[in-house]
Structures are given as structure tokens and as C-alpha cells.
Design a protein around this ligand. Structure first.
Ligand SMILES: Nc1ncnc2c1ncn2[C@@H]1O[C@H](COP(=O)(O)OP(=O)(O)OP(=O)(O)O)[C@@H](O)[C@H]1O
Length: 336
């Protein structure tokens, strides 16, 4: 049964002024997110994942302008809201866990002071109630000695503990949507898996949705109900995780990403495993005509290099490709 819709992004297009000229790092991006659903947004570095995530908070880098589209979140179009309303929504309804907790946390304030500030600016809870919420939140984020952690400065905590603090802060006001942007980048693999397990538990909180941004498909597989594959500013495939990882992505880029995973490639019935995706993401100021992935694609022909694809399939399961790969994967891919 389809989840009730929380978010609908429609044709979001973001233009950014850079030294190289104007680029479109987010181009005609459309997707939905259901209440309680976790969607993984995956793609190589520079594909536009972070800017898409920040847009959902109404945050844009200097020099950015929205060239089109809508972000309908819980009944409101975020792109038309005044900054004062966006500030209320941030934290209360949408929050973000960043890649680097070290830079997202204030180094000169204790964890308690930083968490207290969130409650003070958004709620009318008493000092005691806030104190209790802080301890409960830290404990729920898997920090066994919340009192000591709350009295610590960020530099006194390990990277994994800092990320747990960030998660506790993101969840503090019980938002409807949490955006986790590469939350395990700064962590060693064991701690990264613990953080993923924590995020997976967030799924079980009733009504809470998660947009999980990652370049690592094995991480996306662990936590996501659905996958959005992004390349050079566009979503190029959308699929339920079960289909994406068992049958295989339909977009050749998704197949190449899966096959380039460090722990060993997959083997389609027709092809030998790839060791890495050949070539590079084209610069956004110099995209090729036609499909942006065509220069790296083993299935590309003259149609792909000359003509932009159109969507193949419907909402929830679709691919932006002239020649989608419908062959089943030779062997199932297991999470790392
Ligand atoms: N403030 C900025 N000024 C100029 N260019 C930017 C800025 N922010 C992002 N970009 C460019 O926009 C494109 C998309 O960036 P974005 O950070 O959204 O990608 P990403 O997929 O999240 O990659 P990563 O995993 O490396 O963060 C990249 O080419 C990036 O260089």
C-alpha cells in the first residue's frame, strides 16, 4: 500500500553562478517521499545530491537561483515561503544530518548548550523538561552515558559520538523529514555501520521520513525503501530498493555504479564485472548533447549522443534512458 505523501518535488531546477559560468547542478528533479518512507539519493560526487537536499530546507548557496519547479512539503510550497516560516520549519518539520559533524557542531559550546538552544527557540518547554529531553535524545541516539556527553565539547567526543549527537539534534523536535547527507563519510567502517543501523531504526519511528544521501549503494541498500539515482544534476532512475538491488538497475549508470563497488563487482548474465566506471562525470558547464552519461555508457549509440532521453515507466519506477538494461543481474548483491 502506498504511503501517504509528505513531499512532492516537481521539476526543481537550480541555476548556480560559478567562475566557469552558469551551471545547472539540479535539473528538472522530480520525486516524492511518503510518510515514514526512506528514500536513498545516490550518485557520484558532484551529481547534485547535496544541493537537492539543501533545497528541501530552503537553503541555497550564494549565487544560486531557482529557475523552476515546486517543493510541496506537508501542504506548503517551500519555494514561496518567507524566510521566517522556513526558519520555523527547519528543525521542527525538516532537519538535516551533515557529512562532517565536526564542522556542523559549534566547537566552543557544550552539547547541552547546543541542544538546549534548539528547544528554546522552537518550544515552550521548561528548563527541567528540556534537560530531560536532551538526555533522552542522546540515549536514543545510542550514547550510553548521555550526561557526560551533554557536558562535553565536540572535540572531546569521537567522530562516531559526534555524529550520534548530530542525529539526536536532528531528531530533537521530532521532525517529519530527516535528510541525512553522507552521514558516515567521516567515520571508520565499523562506526559507519552502527550509524546506518541507527538510521534504519529511525524508519521505525512512526511517520518519520528519511532522505538518505550517499554515493555508496551498499549503504543505500541498508536503509532505503526506494532509490533515486542521480547523474550530472538529473535523477536518471527511480526504483524500489528490492527491485533495484535484486533484479538490477535499469539505467546503465546504476549498473556501472553497482559493479564498481570496492568489495567486488556484480556480474550480469551478459557482461564481465566492471572494475570502475570508465571516464568521468562531465563538467556541468560543458554537458554533452543528448544523454549526459552517453560518453561513459557501453550501450550508447548515435541516438544517445544526440538526443535527450525521455522518461520510460511511471512514478515510482522509471528510467531516463534510451536503452534501459532489463536483463537480470547474474548474482544478488548483498549489503557490505
Ligand atoms: N557553493 C557552490 N559554488 C559553486 N559550485 C557549487 C557550489 N555548491 C555545489 N556546487 C557544484 O554543484 C554541483 C553539485 O554539487 P553537490 O554538492 O550537490 O553534489 P553532490 O552529489 O552532493 O556531491 P558530493 O557528494 O561531493 O557532495 C557540483 O558540481 C559542485 O561543484
Amino acid at each position: 500500500m502506498a504511503a501517504e505523501r509528505l513531499l512532492k518535488v516537481e521539476n526543481l531546477t537550480l541555476v548556480l553562478k560559478t567562475r566557469e559560468g552558469e551551471i545547472v547542478p539540479v535539473r528538472e528533479v522530480s520525486f516524492t517521499l511518503g510518510k515514514g518512507e526512506t528514500v536513498g539519493l545516490v550518485g557520484e560526487s558532484g551529481s547534485g545530491k547535496t544541493l537537492t537536499g539543501l533545497s528541501l530546507l530552503g537553503l541555497f548557496p550564494p549565487g544560486a537561483r531557482i529557475a523552476g519547479g515546486k517543493i510541496l512539503f506537508d501542504g506548503e510550497d517551500l519555494l514561496t515561503l518567507p524566510e521566517s516560516r522556513l526558519q520555523t520549519l527547519r528543525g521542527q518539520k525538516v532537519s538535516m544530518v551533515f557529512q562532517e559533524p565536526q564542522s556542523a557542531l559549534n566547537p566552543v559550546l557544550t552539547v547541552e548548550t547546543q541542544m538546549r538552544e534548539i528547544y528554546q527557540s522552537h518550544t515552550s518547554l521548561s528548563r527541567e523538561e528540556i534537560g530531560q529531553r536532551i538526555l533522552d535524545g542522546l540515549r536514543a541516539a545510542g550514547l550510553p552515558d548521555p550526561l557526560t556527553v551533554s557536558r562535553s565539547y565536540p572535540h572531546q567526543l569521537s567522530g562516531g559520538m559526534r555524529q550520534r549527537v548530530m542525529i539526536a539534534m536532528a531528531l530533537a523536535l521530532d521532525p517529519l523529514l530527516v535528510i541525512a547527507d553522507e552521514p558516515t563519510t567521516a567515520l571508520d567502517p565499523t562506526v559507519a555501520l552502527q550509524i546506518l543501523a541507527l538510521l534504519a531504526r529511525i524508519r521505525q519511528r512512526s511517520g518519520q521520513s528519511l532522505l538518505f544521501i550517499s554515493h555508496d549503494l551498499s549503504h543505500v541498500r541498508r536503509v532505503s525503501d526506494r532509490v533515486l539515482l542521480m547523474y550530472a544534476g538529473r535523477i536518471v532512475e527511480e526504483a524500489p530498493s528490492a527491485r533495484f538491488f535484486s533484479h538490477g538497475p535499469r539505467h546503465p549508470y546504476g549498473r556501472a555504479l553497482l559493479a564498481s563497488r570496492p568489495e567486488g563487482g556484480i556480474r550480469t548474465r551478459r557482461e564481465a564485472p566492471l572494475s570502475a566506471i570508465g571516464g568521468q562525470v562531465p563538467p556541468l558547464w560543458d554537458l554533452p548533447p543528448g544523454c549526459s552519461f552517453a560518453p561513459r555508457c557501453s550501450r550508447a549509440d548515435s541516438l544517445c549522443t544526440s538526443t535527450l532521453p525521455s522518461w520510460n515507466g511511471g512514478e515510482g519506477e522509471r528510467v531516463f534512458c534510451h536503452h534501459p538494461d532489463d536483463s537480470p543481474l547474474g548474482a544478488p548483491v548483498h549489503a557490505a
